[in-house]
Design a protein around this ligand. Structure first.
Ligand code: HSE
Length: 412
């Protein structure tokens, strides 16, 4: 019998215990061992839980218990998760986590400790919820040079954008609903400011390119500045506004960014609905591959956690080879150099004169026509240009027109 502990009994943690209890026989059959939850760590009381007698508020009950060989960390955040996980690994316990903040901030260090102690540190659930992505990238696509990864990696913001577009719901109401459904982070600013998606693309880039990418080296914009007018112009242009996380190889470095972008209807990312996530990965040999599924929520995320626990059981005497080295951000190309076409929205009394000016400044722009647009609104798409160049030209336009928005056109 394998004894495990689960640290955290929130949305994902309660899903982990639910699946482990519901599928106990099936899991035992697949890993040739019974997997038993010996302890659940949480500061709250859960008297109605079928395993209420196994709850503890004291981490020492886990770390000092030699029978516990696998620890699931689903507390979220860095404190105290980092300290607890580190201690577990140092004490020879394998760790499974869904905590993207932890992996993005401390992945290189924790993987190194796991290697030294010959235990596993697995985190399939940290990116894409139920979607298998860590293992496919690490294993199935291992023979490829990964040219680029583009994805919708945050369910909450995708859910909010969809509710705004389809149900005319306000940003605040849509966020409340996402929180009620258990999609949003404890501090939802991590979702709406893009930090959650940033952590996830950092994990994928670290895995694929072999050097830890820390979130502070990645330019990150959330969806808080996206207006309903922008969303409508995206539709008139022939696409949708999506929060895109992107990592692409450029020589021996990478371009990595998280930002709202116009995604053309020709690209399947434009159709990703609600809390779903999708990633498009292009390998030099495989070509493009899509990964789609529920990116957040109790059971979808828990299913990926439990699969990692099963993998730990199957690999209890040998390590999974997941590893990357530490990094200092030098492998990430500054975002000012990334080339995109840009959507720009301007308010002007004379929109024809403003458009003539835009063409003079940016080169030949494409005007976006929209039924029912206000008379003083001008929306257009610039030619492709480096962001630094765009910023300088945008400033120039702002001197003669009332510029309202600028959003990248995605290059998927
Ligand atoms: N808040 C995250 C999301 C949860 O909305 O995608 C899953 O990581």
């Amino acid at each position: 019998m394998i004894q495990i502990a689960v640290m955290g009994h929130g949305v994902v943690g309660s899903g982990v215990t639910e699946i482990l209890l519901k599928h106990a026989d099936k899991i035992a059959e697949k890993v040739n061992e019974e997997v038993c939850i010996k302890k659940v760590l949480d500061l709250r009381e859960f008297p109605d839980s079928p395993i209420a007698d196994r709850f503890t508020k004291d981490f020492n009950d886990i770390i000092s218990d030699d029978e516990i060989s696998i620890v699931v960390e689903v507390m979220g955040g860095l404190k105290p998760a980092y300290d607890f996980v580190k201690q577990c690994l140092e004490n020879g316990k394998s760790v499974v986590t869904s905590n993207k903040e932890l992996v993005a901030a401390k992945g290189a260090e924790l993987l190194k400790i796991a290697e030294e102690k010959n235990v596993n540190f697995l985190f399939e659930a940290s990116v894409g919820g139920a979607i298998p992505i860590i293992r496919p990238l690490h294993q199935c696509l291992a023979a490829n040079d990964i040219e680029k990864i583009n994805g919708i990696l945050n369910g909450t913001t995708n859910f909010i954008l969809n509710k705004m577009i389809n149900d005319n719901m306000s940003f605040e109401d849509a966020l409340d609903l996402a929180q009620d459904k258990g999609y949003a982070e404890r501090d939802p600013s991590a979702d709406i400011e893009g930090h959650d998606a940033c952590r996830k693309i950092c994990i994928l880039a670290s895995l694929v390119y072999g050097t830890h990418v820390y979130p502070d080296s990645v330019h990150t914009e959330g969806i808080t500045k996206v207006t309903l007018t922008d969303v409508e112009y995206a539709q008139a242009w022939g696409g949708a506004v999506k929060l895109i996380a992107s990592a692409r190889k450029n020589g021996d470095k990478q371009e990595i960014i998280v930002a709202p972008m116009f995604v053309s209807n020709d690209c399947q990312l434009s159709n990703v609905d609600g809390v779903y996530n999708e990633l498009l990965v292009r390998g030099d040999s495989s070509g493009s591959i899509g990964f789609y599924g529920r990116g957040a929520g109790k059971l979808p995320t828990a299913s990926a956690v439990v699969a990692d626990v099963m993998d730990c059981v199957l690999h209890k005497d040998k390590r999974r080879s997941i590893m990357w080295k530490d990094g200092n951000g030098e492998n990430v190309i500054p975002y000012e150099n990334y080339v995109n076409a840009m959507y720009v929205l301007v308010n002007a009394e004379d929109t024809s004169a403003a458009f003539a000016k835009a063409n003079e400044i940016f080169g030949e722009c494409e005007k976006i026509a929209m039924n029912g647009a206000a008379d003083n609104e001008l929306a257009f798409v610039t030619p492709e240009l480096a962001y630094s160049d765009f910023s300088a030209k945008y400033e120039k336009l702002a001197q003669v027109a009332d510029v309202k928005s600028a959003i990248r056109i995605a290059k998927i």
